[in-house]
Design a protein around this ligand. Structure first.
Ligand code: TXA
Ligand code: MG
Length: 337
C-alpha cells in the first residue's frame, strides 16, 4: 500500500519494521526495500520479495557514523570519507565488527549473517533523504535495503515503480516523490589494501581520492551483476566438505537438518539425535523457508567449527526463497578444497 509521508505514516512504517515487515523507503538514490537488519527472517523476506536467485549482500542503512561504528570497524579512510560524503550516495565496505573490538562491541557485529551473505565485510551507508533519516530514527534499527524492485529489473525511482514491481510483497510504501539522484550509490571497498570502487555512482574516484589522500581505483569487472558476484565478492564457503540431499549420516558427519530429523540414522549404527553437542542444527523444524534462509550462514559457520569431519545437509525444497538457499548450498558444496 502506498501512503504519503507524515509523522503518522512514519510511525506506522517504524512499527512494521520492528515487527519484521518490509517498507518501501525513499532515499536520494533509489527507493529501497527496507527490513530490520538484525532480524534474519525479516532480511529473508527481502530476498523472497525480490525473487533473487541467490543471496547478494545488502547495504545496511544507518542514521549516522556513530551508528555505523556499532557494526563495522571504521578505519581512518572510512572516517574521512564519511565526514565529507555522509549523509549521501556513498556506500562503504568495511570489516564486520569482531567480538571485543571497540567500545560497545562486546557481542561483535549483530547484523544478520544473511544480510552480508556470510561475508566478513559489511556495506554501510547513511542516506541523504529526510524521510529515510526520520524512519531510521523512529525505528531505532539498522535497515537492510536493496533497491525495491524485482531482481533483474530497473531500480525504482518513484513510489509507483515500487508498487508496480513488488505489489503486495511490501507492507507499506512511503511516498515521497521522485528520487533526486536516481542511480544507486557508489560502492567503495575500504576493507582491502587499496580503496576500490566496486560500483560507480554519484560520488566518483577523483572526488574520493582528493578527500582520502590516496589513489582510488575502479575494480575490474561488474560486481553489481548477481551472476558474477564471484568476481570480486568472495562468497562464504565452509572449510569442511558439504554433502547435499542427505537422507542419512556418515560416521563423523555433523547434520544440518530441515524439518524433522527424527528418523535419520548414522551409517554403522546410531541416530542423529545422539550426535555430540553442537553437531546437529536445524534450519527450520517447521519447514519455514524464511526461517531457514535466516539461519543458513550462521548454522553453516557453527557446524564448520564443530570438530566434525563433514557437514551433511538435508534436502530443502527448491520453491520461493528455497531456490536461493539451494544456490548457496550448491556453492558451499562445490567449493571444496
Ligand atoms: O543507492 C543504493 O545503494 C540503494 C539504496 C536503496 O540505498 N541500495 C542498493 O542496494 O542499491 P543493492 O542491494 O541493490 O546493492 C548493493 C550493492 C551490490 O552491488 C552488492 O554486491 C554490494 O552492494 N555489496 C553489499 N555488501 C557487500 C560486501 N560486503 N562486499 C562487497 N560488495 C557488497
Ligand atoms: Mg539493485
Amino acid at each position: 500500500m502506498i501512503k504519503s509521508v507524515n509523522s503518522q505514516t512514519i510511525s506506522e512504517a517504524a512499527e512494521i519494521l520492528k515487527c519484521g515487515g518490509l517498507v518501501g523507503m525513499p532515499t536520494e538514490t533509489v527507493y529501497g526495500l527496507a527490513a530490520n537488519a538484525l532480524d534474519g527472517q525479516a532480511v529473508a523476506k527481502i530476498f523472497a520479495a525480490k525473487g533473487r536467485p541467490s543471496f547478494n549482500p545488502l547495504i545496511i542503512h544507518v542514521p549516522d557514523l556513530a551508528a555505523a561504528e556499532n557494526y563495522v570497524e571504521v578505519n581512518d579512510l572510512a572516517r574521512a570519507a564519511a565526514h565529507v560524503f555522509w549523509p549521501g550516495p556513498l556506500t562503504l565496505i568495511l570489516p564486520r565488527l569482531r567480538q571485543g573490538f571497540g567500545g560497545q562491541a562486546q557481542a561483535g557485529c549483530t547484523i544478520s549473517e544473511l544480510a552480508s551473505a556470510g561475508l566478513d565485510t559489511l556495506a554501510v551507508r547513511v542516506p541523504a533523504h529526510p524521510v529515510a533519516l526520520d524512519l531510521l530514527k523512529a525505528c531505532g534499527l539498522p535497515l537492510a535495503a536493496p533497491s525495491a524492485n524485482k531482481s533483474g529489473t530497473l531500480s525504482p525511482t518513484s513510489p509507483a515503480h515500487v508498487h508496480e514491481s513488488l505489489g503486495a510483497a511490501v507492507d507499506l510504501i512511503l511516498a515521497a516523490g521522485a528520487c533526486r539522484v536516481g542511480l544507486e550509490s557508489t560502492v567503495l571497498d575500504l576493507s582491502g589494501a587499496q580503496p576500490e570502487i566496486l560500483r560507480p555512482g554519484a560520488v566518483n574516484a577523483e572526488e574520493l581520492a582528493e578527500v582520502l589522500g590516496v589513489d582510488v581505483v575502479y575494480a575490474q569487472g561488474d560486481t553489481d551483476k548477481p551472476k558474477s558476484p564471484g568476481l570480486l565478492l568472495k562468497h562464504y564457503a565452509p572449510r569442511l566438505p558439504v554433502r547435499l540431499n542427505a537422507v542419512d549420516l556418515e560416521a563423523g558427519e555433523a547434520l544440518l537438518a530441515f524439518g524433522s530429523d527424527k528418523f535419520m540414522g548414522v551409517k554403522g549404527g546410531g541416530a542423529a539425535k545422539d550426535l555430540p553437542e553442537g553437531w546437529r542444527m536445524n534450519l527450520s523444524e517447521n519447514q519455514d523457508l524464511d526461517e531457514a534462509a535466516a539461519n543458513l550462514f550462521a548454522m553453516l559457520k557453527a557446524l564448520d567449527q564443530s570438530g566434525a569431519r563433514g557437514i551433511a545437509v538435508m534436502a530443502v525444497p527448491d520453491a520461493g526463497i528455497g531456490r536461493a538457499i539451494n544456490d548457496r548450498l550448491k556453492r558451499a558444496a562445490a567449493a571444496q578444497k
